[in-house]
Design a protein around this ligand. Structure first.
Ligand code: THU
Length: 142
């Protein structure tokens, strides 16, 4: 009997895609490649890489690129269930404050944030752990 093909688990797929996204990083200034993969409650995955600019304030992080790609394709009614961030760093980098805030806007209730690198290190947090007491739309009474 032939073996059925192995379907990669969402976690394995997200890891693979976050690492693959590092290949598109445009980072001539920091020379640090960052890749991100986000998983949505509808099962879709979006990726992003950091894109730097000679006017440094124009630089954008990998995580925000992934979120913006998702919103621009699907609209704002999305829920992010998992975020994978890949760097070469040890320990692996975690999302900057601005990215945490942007993720928060579209976050699912129990969102995981997993920090990885190519050598197999992996640190796992909840979004809530990384951004406690978040500012959100409830403050604006919306
Ligand atoms: N960077 C990210 O892509 N994500 C983060 O959360 C932290 C920082 C990028 C921005 C810049 O291109 C480089 O890493 C150094 O800050």
């Amino acid at each position: 009997m032939s073996e059925s093909p192995k379907i990669p688990s969402p976690a394995a797929l997200l890891k693979e895609q976050a690492i693959a996204a590092m290949n598109h990083s445009y980072s001539p200034y920091s020379k640090k490649s960052v890749g991100a993969a986000i998983h949505l409650s509808n099962g879709k995955i979006f990726t992003g890489c950091n894109i730097e600019n000679s006017s440094f304030g124009g630089t954008v992080c990998a995580e925000r690129v992934a979120v913006w790609k998702a919103v621009s394709e699907l609209g704002g009614d999305i829920q992010i269930t998992d975020v994978y961030v890949a760097t070469e760093a040890s320990p692996p980098w975690s999302p900057c404050g601005l990215c945490r805030q942007v993720i928060n806007e579209f976050v699912a209730k129990e969102c995981k944030v997993v920090l990885i690198n190519k050598t197999g290190e992996e640190l796992s947090f909840t979004h809530q752990e990384l951004l406690p007491q978040a500012f959100d739309r409830s403050a604006l009474e919306i």
